[in-house]
Write a protein that binds this ligand. Structure first.
Ligand code: ATP
Ligand code: MG
Length: 266
């Protein structure tokens, strides 16, 4: 579990994160959603220590990350996997070498053990055959999968993905979402995803944090979204007439189930 407690972060005289408190739950896919510029990437960078918060603190399983010294942070980083928006692969390294990179950095195990783990991860993302290829020789969706293999190679407890579906078609996006969801549940990771993708929200959002103008506006699950009365959230999620109608239809459908009616009465 990752807790953000009264986080504030600004640049010069601009406040970007304005007193944000939220919890990223373990074993779940936690989504951070919100309009462009609402502070999602800044929040993720603060969580992994790429940026320092101005006030408040971040705790990883009750351990205060904000107050950790360099050595403690380095130890924690070994448990963090990160998938960057652009995949951020090294162009001159093969797929296999890219995935091996974090293991080399933390000098874990013998070459044989490292190779074995790399192949395990490539197999998991269905890319064993591409091990010897260079990033320039593979598609955007494959690059994301290499990025995922690299992010999980050290068996992290925490996985961060900034816009994992950017630049992908809807079907490839679903494959990536499914893969991240499966890995999260298989390995009981705390996964945090920044996303704009409404398919991801509806399919994978075990726990969703909605950011609006630097503040946490709403928090809940994809099922709660259907019944949310938060105006800002509704305007953001159900932006088109088509989606608003789909929401109403879904509400009616759910409402016909007695179990749901009973639950709503509580
Ligand atoms: N290093 C920085 N220096 C100054 N301002 C910054 C810096 N990084 C981000 N910002 C500002 O913080 C605000 C929030 O940016 P952020 O990248 O977190 O938005 P976002 O919600 O991730 O948007 P998007 O959906 O477009 O990725 C923006 O106004 C941005 O200009
Ligand atoms: Mg961003």
């Amino acid at each position: 579990m990752i807790e953000l407690i009264n986080i504030k972060k600004g640049f010069e005289d601009r406040e970007i994160l304005r007193d944000v408190s939220a919890t990223m739950e373990s074993g779940k896919v936690n989504l951070i959603i919100g309009a462009s510029g609402s502070g999602k990437t800044v929040m993720m960078k603060c969580m992994v220590g790429l940026m320092e918060v101005d006030s408040g603190h971040i705790a990883y399983d009750k351990k205060n990350f904000t107050e950790m010294d360099t050595h403690q942070r380095k130890e924690l980083r070994k448990q963090i996997g990160m998938l960057f928006q652009s995949s951020a692969l090294f162009d001159s390294m093969t797929v296999e070498q890219n995935v091996m990179f974090p293991m080399d950095m933390f000098s874990m195990g013998t070459l044989k053990e490292k190779r074995q783990r790399v192949m395990e991860c490539l197999d998991r993302v269905n890319l064993k055959d591409a091990a010897k290829k260079l990033p320039a020789e593979i598609s955007g969706g494959m690059k994301k999968r290499v990025g995922i293999a690299r992010a999980i190679v050290l068996k992290p407890k925490y996985l961060f993905c900034d816009e994992p579906n950017s630049g992908l078609d809807p079907q490839t996006s679903l494959v990536i979402d499914q893969l991240i969801k499966e890995l999260t549940h298989e390995n009981n990771m705390t996964t945090v995803i920044n996303t704009h993708d409404m398919n991801t929200v509806m399919e994978s959002g075990d726990h969703i944090v909605y950011m609006y103008q630097g503040q946490k506006q709403w928090e809940g699950s994809n099922k709660d979204i259907i019944f949310s009365k938060d105006q800002q959230l509704n305007d953001f999620i159900f932006a088109s007439e088509f989606l608003r109608e789909a929401k109403e239809m879904r509400q009616m459908e759910i409402f016909q189930h007695k179990d749901w009616r009973d639950q709503l009465k509580k």
